[in-house]
Ligand binder design. Structure first.
Ligand SMILES: *Cc1c(COP(=O)(O)O)cnc(C)c1O
Length: 395
């Protein structure tokens, strides 16, 4: 029975969220995802999608999805191990293994599921997982589910990581878990140092490559390619829902015994429907496009350099880096909300991020650059930022 008391408790919680200025509203888009979108508040240049390569509405990706819809149907109405595996699911897994140069790959409905089903499956009481403090929520939740001892090191602090490794030398297995790219900062995990420590202390390395797959590294293989440590990474989790088409789907790729064990025991894989056939076929096409059209990767990084340079030139405090995630640091929560609103009014679709997504007093507007943006669109955005930044006294 839904009593007045229960209703009151939920309402009070919601009021608390509203009072702190943390209530999230969702803007409604009426067009396909793209560098320009038609929304319920008018047309806008979109600077907050994970559509890094512009493939979310790519005609060839859309065509591949349409063909699969006709030829393989809409859904599987089953989990993989009962009757939910088509040839195209197998093909996508083997294409992903080829793409990353790994031994095997397992698909999930999302990367959230891939992370949720990883740690519990491969680690037990006698093991230790050592996790970066800023890791994605899905890694945190996945780690919470497992029986291994949990240790956390402050963000990218290699001295502390080493200390955690030293404290756990009597454990059976140790796994270091980190985002390859951290989504709120756009900074890269120091993988060469992490791999050196892993070698010294006999630990495995797991990375979440959601904000890297398809566009980081010279050929889009991700953060390990960027740093030249590809063979030293044991487990990669990532998404098909960002650069690689942007619909949905995730995967874990790496050492073959690990993947085999996941297929036997990983709960989100065993107890939840897999990726729908049109999404599978479109993801295969998206991977082909990433291989064939390396100019998209180059365009993305040229756009990123241009936008970062122009914003710095205007006097904004942006976190330095090379990633298309560009955090414009504002600090104060209310000012951030206000600035995002003023930009939205000027046809620039951005979102302000504040506590608890980022630390208190470090509120920011996170811009994400895409290969689909034209230079004109980026320049218009910079002009709007400059105008608004001067109005609120930020620059
Ligand atoms: C987006 C993201 C996820 C979740 O990916 P989905 O496939 O959308 O579930 C997991 N980890 C990181 C680091 C992400 O950025």
């Amino acid at each position: 029975m839904y009593s007045e008391q229960f209703k009151g408790l939920f309402s009070a919680e919601l009021d608390g969220i509203r009072e702190k200025g943390l209530y999230k509203r969702e803007r409604v888009i009426r067009s396909p995802q793209g560098s320009r979108v038609d929304t319920d508040e008018g047309e806008a240049i979109n600077l907050c999608a994970n559509n890094y390569l512009g493939l979310a509405n790519d005609p060839e990706v859309v065509r591949a999805a349409g063909e699969a819809l006709t030829e393989r149907g809409f859904g599987m109405a089953s989990v993989r191990f009962i009757c939910g595996t088509q040839d195209i699911h197998k093909e996508l897994e083997s294409r992903l293994s080829n793409f990353f140069g790994t031994e095997d790959t397992i698909l999930y409905a999302s990367c959230f599921d891939a992370n949720g089903g990883l740690f519990e499956t491969i680690l037990g009481h006698a093991d230790v997982v050592i996790s970066d403090a800023l890791n994605h929520a899905s890694i945190i939740d996945g780690v919470r589910l497992c029986k291994a001892q949990r240790k956390i090191y402050p963000h990218a602090d290699m001295g502390e990581l080493e200390a955690r490794l030293k404290e756990s030398t009597d454990s059976r297995m140790r796994l270091i878990a980190t985002d390859g790219v951290f989504s709120m900062h756009g900074d890269l995990a120091p993988l060469p140092e992490i791999c050196d420590l892993a070698d010294r202390y006999g630990a495995m390395v797991m990375i979440d490559e959601c904000h890297a797959t398809g566009f980081m590294g010279a050929t889009g293989r991700g953060t390990p390619e960027h740093f030249g440590v590809t063979e030293r990474i044991d487990i990669i989790t990532s998404t098909l829902g960002k650069a690689a088409g942007g619909a949905s789907g995730g995967f874990t790729t790496g050492r073959k015994e690990v993947i085999e064990l996941l297929r036997q025991r990983s709960r989100p894989y065993l107890f939840s429907n897999t990726v729908a056939p049109p999404v599978v076929a479109a993801s295969i096409r998206a991977l082909e496009i990433i291989n064939e059209r390396q100019d998209l990767i180059q365009k993305l990084h040229a756009n990123t350099r241009h936008f970062r340079g122009e914003m710095t030139g205007q006097g904004f405090n942006i976190q330095e880096g090379i990633h298309p995630i560009v955090p414009i640091m504002i600090g104060e929560e209310k000012a951030t909300v206000e600035m995002a609103r003023m930009l939205n009014d000027r046809g620039i679709f951005v979102v302000g991020f504040s506590f608890p997504v980022v630390p208190r007093g470090e509120a920011r507007i996170r811009v994400q650059v895409s290969a689909a943006h034209s230079k004109e669109q980026l320049d218009r955005a910079v002009q709007a930022f400059a105008e608004v930044g001067r109005k609120v006294g930020l620059i």
